[in-house]
Design a protein around this ligand. Structure first.
Ligand code: G3P
Length: 215
């Protein structure tokens, strides 16, 4: 399973890249705002800065919600760097835009997906990635992981190549369950990735080994 980091924070992206397990980055307008990145020029520069840290795909989201606007914005984003993936919301105009970019050979990530039907449409339009938001489903008492299971079954039934990118991942058990189900990618906060490292028996075992090595 690929690991993406879900942030626009350059220091965290670098830390994950340095760990050697990072396969890409996802961002969204809220994550950009959290880093205080304002103004079109600064936003575009920030995407390039991210691309220069990592070696994998970097999702950059369009703000427009009409087809022409999404095409214009997406084409400008795609020109920034070969690693850019155009992130497009799951709305009617978005499906048309995904189809357009697919035919142009530009990678897309269909975002804000909350149902299997939406994921099916994204795959039919040719999205490179589909982003089901599992944490936000859990937040409203719906099982986010069962959506990943449903999408996996549907995509495997028909051989869709769209990669399931589990998003709104909140903790390490989300990552482990996504790996068991067969999500292609999990995009996670750095804290969820580093939490995978931790086990008290590792810490106590290492302390014992180091103590014994001095004997
Ligand atoms: O990848 C989508 C993600 O940024 C949403 O996460 O935690 O805001 O639901 P969250």
């Amino acid at each position: 399973m690929k690991f993406f980091i879900d942030t626009a924070n350059l220091a965290q992206i670098k830390e994950a890249q340095d760990l050697g397990v990072l396969d890409g980055v996802t961002t969204n307008p809220s994550l950009m705002a959290k880093e205080g990145i304002k103004g079109q020029e600064n936003i575009l520069k920030h995407y390039v800065d991210i691309c220069n840290i990592v070696t994998g795909d970097v999702s950059a989201e369009v703000i427009a919600t009409d087809f022409d606007g999404m095409v214009k914005e997406g084409e400008a984003l795609a020109k920034l760097h070969p690693r850019i993936v155009v992130k497009i919301p799951m709305i009617k105009e978005g499906v048309k835009a995904i189809k357009y970019f697919t035919e142009k050979g530009i990678k897309t990530n269909c975002t804000l997906v909350f149902s299997a039907g939406q994921a099916l449409l994204a795959a039919k339009a040719g999205a490179t990635y589909v982003s089901p938001f599992i944490g936000r489903l859990d937040d409203v008492s719906t099982d986010g992981l069962s959506l990943i299971e449903d999408i996996r079954v549907i995509y495997d039934n028909f051989g869709y190549e769209t990669q399931i990118l589990a998003a709104s991942v909140r903790h390490p058990m989300h990552i482990i369950e996504c790996a068991k189900i067969g999500a292609d990618v999990a995009t996670c906060p750095l804290s969820a990735i580093t939490a995978l490292l931790k086990h008290p028996l590792t810490d106590s075992g290492l302390a014992q080994f180091l103590a014994d090595a001095k004997k």
